[in-house]
Structures are given as structure tokens and as C-alpha cells.
Design a protein around this ligand. Structure first.
Ligand code: GLN
Length: 499
């Protein structure tokens, strides 16, 4: 088995002249061509632009010597605006939408020498946990093609897991980077609320949304975060808090680090293989000198209802702009009202409509106090749970997902079951905290569906989640990096990555 190149290896090869950016870019495009028909990681491939940019970097190699992402191919979740390149959010309503500007993260990637090779598949408007809500069909898990890759940033996780790009950007509202990272066996980072500019991110839940990297290693995520983080004149929610040197924080030293484990929360509903792998990972941190502390998160059990009230309320307001007047699809009708409703009826999928209706309901005059206001109050309690925990510990550890990737189609008819998969991820978004998912093992082998080729040893990837204090990405990245030094899970790649 070959481990696909990391971001750091790719950049070093370009900077040293060992490989040209054009050669690396061609390779990434070749892998998209070979693997995308079975994986559907990418909607749009920007091959021509990418090769032009790669040639520019090669002919100016000296100018890019200090560039942290020189020649690194990147996949971008398709809800991040790219100037002149279709940005669909996997929705019919934006199927032909071409933004006239770049998101701030795109401008920053570009300046750091990155090469955007395409736009990745996701759940429609990032609403979902499996990519099955994409209007253009699901992505497939490279470890088991009959299973979901997680979501909503599923395509971004697949691109990294299948060795297509060493870096993708995804977005999170309630776990959409960490959960697919866990399910595809790659690293995912959701930064602190406000750490990364959202200018050019198609809004879902504005008090929750954050952009973040998916990579093979903690180090690669640290490098990528250093590039995209920081204040932005175009986004007043982007914090002025100084951007740390995240890569320099990766010392391998976790002696004296206090790791909190909410063991009561993990007593029920967690898959046995996942619990075993996560406990073993926590033991590995102990062996490296960390202290393990039992903590309580008494309100964590309300995280799912609170999240699905807050997120849908905000979504119903954010998605009001898609009315056929300003962007994308327009259902041509003689009456204005019929044009609005026809556009939204034809443009949005079932899950998006469900959430707009739910969100509109919880914000309505008669129900605002009972639902939205109550949810905001409980949100504060969840935040306080974490504040109390972080008085005693430096990091909170738990599984990223309670369940391994399920079969495509298995849960689509039961939205509530789908929502429950987010139980361990949504609270970090509600509390605005940074969190990562790092590969920590595999389930026991699972039988493929008849007629579907078995992938790998047949086991499915598992992720360990580490949550940190606000703006303390450095500590969770250091913890994850130390763990990677003791384990080889991050080196595993599915067979499709080597074809
Ligand atoms: N799965 C969650 C949802 O469906 C989270 C989505 C996200 O983080 N964008 O809303």
C-alpha cells in the first residue's frame, strides 16, 4: 500500500524542484478522471485553469519559495464561491450559478500557491450527513462503494481519502467537516467560530457556519489553517484574534495535558467498534503523558434538538434570497408570487424544503418563545457545560460519529435517524469551539452488498474527536499530531487511491 502524498510533501517537492507543479496537477486531474466516475467526489473540474496556474508557479519558482501551499492541488466544497467557476451548493436552484467573485478563503489559498482543481459534491446547501441530499447524486465512500462518505462535505473528504488532493476545504454548521473526515479515514478541522472568514461561503446557519480543511495529517491542517485564518474586511464576524503559528505548535509533547472524557455521555448509543477504538486512542494519549479526566456535559443530550431548531431557523432566513430574482434558477410565470413559489418549488430538494418550513415555523410569532428562544437558552447551557469542563481540562475527547458509514439509501426515508448521527459534533458548533477528527482505527470487516466490489480489508474508518477552547486550535492540533506519531491509521489508504 502506498500512502498518498501529504500537503507538506507535495509543497516541499515543488519548492525544491524535485517535481513540477504542472506534473503534480496533471496527476491530480488524472486521478479525478480515473476515480470520479465511481466516487462522484467532484461536480466541476477546473483542469485548464489549474494547469495554467501550475505553469505560472513553475515559471516563478523563486517567488513561491516561501509559499505554504506552492503547487498543492485543492478540492473546494461547492458552497464556496469561485470567480467564474460554477458554484452550485449541490442545488438545482444554483445549478448554473457562476459567482462574480472569489470567497476570501479562495483568494488566500491562491496567494499561498495552491491550485484549485475542482468543486466537490456535498449535501444541498450543506444540509445533511451523507451527501445523499445532493441534487446531483451522492458521493461514495472510497472504503466501501456502497456506503455514504458522510456529509455534508462528503466530496471534500472523498477527494483526500482517495488520494486525489492532499487538501480540500469543507464547511461546518454541525459536523460537516469532522463527520465525513471520520467516515473516510482522513483528518478534519472545524475552526473556532470567527477564526476563518465566511465571505463567499453560501450561508446556512450564520451563528454556526465555519470553513475548515480536510487533510491527511494534523500538520497539513495546521498549515492550511494558517493560510485561511484571520481577520477580513469583507466579513465582520471574522475575528481579529492573532493567528498562531499552528505548525510550530506541533511539538509531539502532551505531557501534563489534561484530556476530558464525558464517559456518561458515551454509555449508550455508540457502536461497539467505535467505542473500543476511541478508548484505545485515549489510552495512547495517556501513554504519552496526558492525564485522563472524567467530565460531565449534562446538557449535551439536548444538543440535537437545539441544533435542529437554531440551524433550521437561520437557514429559513438565509435561503429567502433564492427567489428567482437575484441568482440562479427562475421559473418564468406571469404572476410575481407564482414565479417565487415556482422557482423555490422546482429549485429546492426535499430536505431543504423541510428545513425552511421547520425554521419558518419555529420563528413564527406564536411559536418563537416555545422553540427558538428556548433553544437559544439551552444553547447557553451547553456552552456553559464546556466552559466548566475547560476549567479542569485542556481538551475534550469523544467519538466523532456514534455510527460507522451506513449504506447509501439506508436512512434517507427517516430524517430523524439521520439527524441523530450528529449527536457528538453539533455541540462544538453551538458553543463556537474548535474541534478536529483524527483517524483512530477501523470497524470489524463488513460484508459488501452483493455485486459491489469489496474495498480494503472490509473495515470502515473511525474518527477520534478532540474539542478545544475557543481560539486554541494549537492545542487540539498538537494532541492529534502527537497521536499520529504513535499510530499508523492516518497512513491507511483505500485500494482505489492506489489505482
Ligand atoms: N448534518 C448536519 C445537518 O444536516 C450538519 C451539517 C453541516 O455541518 N453543514 O445540518
Amino acid at each position: 500500500m502506498n500512502t498518498p502524498a501529504t500537503l507538506a510533501e507535495t509543497r516541499d517537492a515543488v519548492v525544491s524542484g524535485a517535481r513540477s507543479a504542472v506534473e503534480i496537477c496533471r496527476e491530480a486531474l488524472g486521478r479525478i478522471e480515473a476515480a470520479n466516475p465511481s466516487l462522484h467526489a467532484f461536480h466541476t473540474v477546473t483542469g485548464e485553469r489549474a494547469l495554467v496556474r501550475a505553469a505560472e508557479i513553475d515559471s516563478n519558482r523563486n517567488a513561491f519559495r516561501g509559499a505554504p501551499l506552492a503547487g498543492v492541488p485543492v478540492g473546494l466544497k461547492d458552497n464556496i464561491c469561485t470567480n467564474g467557476v460554477r458554484t452550485t451548493a449541490s442545488s438545482r436552484i444554483l445549478e448554473y450559478f457562476v459567482p462574480p467573485y472569489d470567497a476570501t478563503v479562495v483568494t488566500r489559498l491562491h496567494a499561498a500557491g495552491a491550485i484549485i482543481v475542482g468543486k466537490t459534491n456535498c449535501d444541498e446547501f450543506a444540509m445533511g450527513s451523507s451527501t445523499e441530499n445532493s441534487a446531483f447524486g451522492p458521493s461514495r465512500n472510497p472504503w466501501a462503494l456502497d456506503r455514504i462518505p458522510g456529509g455534508s462535505s462528503g466530496g471534500s473528504a472523498v477527494a483526500v481519502a482517495a488520494g486525489i488532493t492532499p487538501l480540500s476545504l469543507g464547511s461546518e454548521t454541525g459536523g460537516s467537516i469532522r463527520q465525513p473526515a471520520a467516515m473516510c479515514g482522513v483528518f478534519g478541522l472545524k475552526p473556532t467560530y470567527g477564526r476563518v472568514s465566511r465571505y463567499g461561503l453560501l450561508a446556512f446557519g450564520s451563528s454556526l457556519d465555519q470553513i475548515g480543511p480536510l487533510t491527511r495529517t494534523a500538520r497539513d491542517a495546521a498549515i492550511a489553517l494558517g493560510v485561511v485564518a484571520g481577520a477580513d474586511q469583507a466579513d465582520s464576524t471574522a475575528s481579529h484574534e492573532a493567528v498562531a503559528d499552528y505548525a510550530a505548535a506541533l511539538t509531539g509533547d502532551v505531557r501534563g495535558l489534561r484530556v476530558g472524557v464525558p464517559s456518561r455521555l458515551l454509555e449508550t448509543g455508540v457502536d461497539a467498534d467505535i467505542l473500543r477504538a476511541v478508548n484505545t486512542a485515549i489510552e495512547a494519549l495517556r501513554a504519552r503523558g496526558a492525564t485522563i479526566v472524567d467530565i460531565e456535559l449534562p446538557h449535551a443530550k439536548y444538543a440535537i434538538p437545539v441544533y435542529y431548531l437554531v440551524a433550521t431557523a437561520e437557514a429559513s432566513s438565509n435561503l429567502a434570497r433564492y427567489d428567482g430574482v437575484r441568482y440562479g434558477l427562475r421559473d418564468r410565470q406571469n404572476e410575481l408570487d407564482a414565479m417565487y413559489s415556482g422557482t423555490r418549488e422546482k429549485g429546492f430538494g426535499a430536505e431543504v424544503k423541510r428545513r425552511i418550513m421547520l425554521g419558518t415555523y419555529v420563528l413564527s410569532a406564536g411559536y418563537y418563545d416555545a422553540y427558538y428562544l428556548k433553544a437559544q437558552q439551552v444553547r447557553t447551557l451547553i456552552l456553559r457545560d464546556y466552559a466548566q469542563a475547560f476549567e479542569r481540562v485542556d481538551v475534550v475527547a469523544m467519538p466523532t460519529s456514534p455510527i460507522p458509514p451506513f449504506r447509501i439509501g439506508e436512512r434517507v426515508s427517516d430524517p430523524l435517524q439521520m439527524y441523530l448521527a450528529d449527536v457528538f459534533t453539533v455541540s462544538a458548533n453551538l458553543a463556537g469551539l474548535p474541534a478536529v477528527s483524527v483517524p483512530c482505527g477501523f470497524t470489524k470487516p463488513v460484508a459488501p452488498k452483493p455485486g459491489v466490489a469489496a474495498a480494503g480489508e472490509g473495515g470502515l474508518p473511525i474518527g477520534l474527536q478532540l474539542i478545544g477552547r475557543a481560539f486554541d486550535e494549537a492545542t487540539i492540533l498538537r494532541t492529534a499530531d502527537a497521536y499520529e506519531r504513535d499510530t499508523e491509521w492516518w497512513k491507511q489508504a483505500p485500494p482505489i487511491a492506489n489505482r
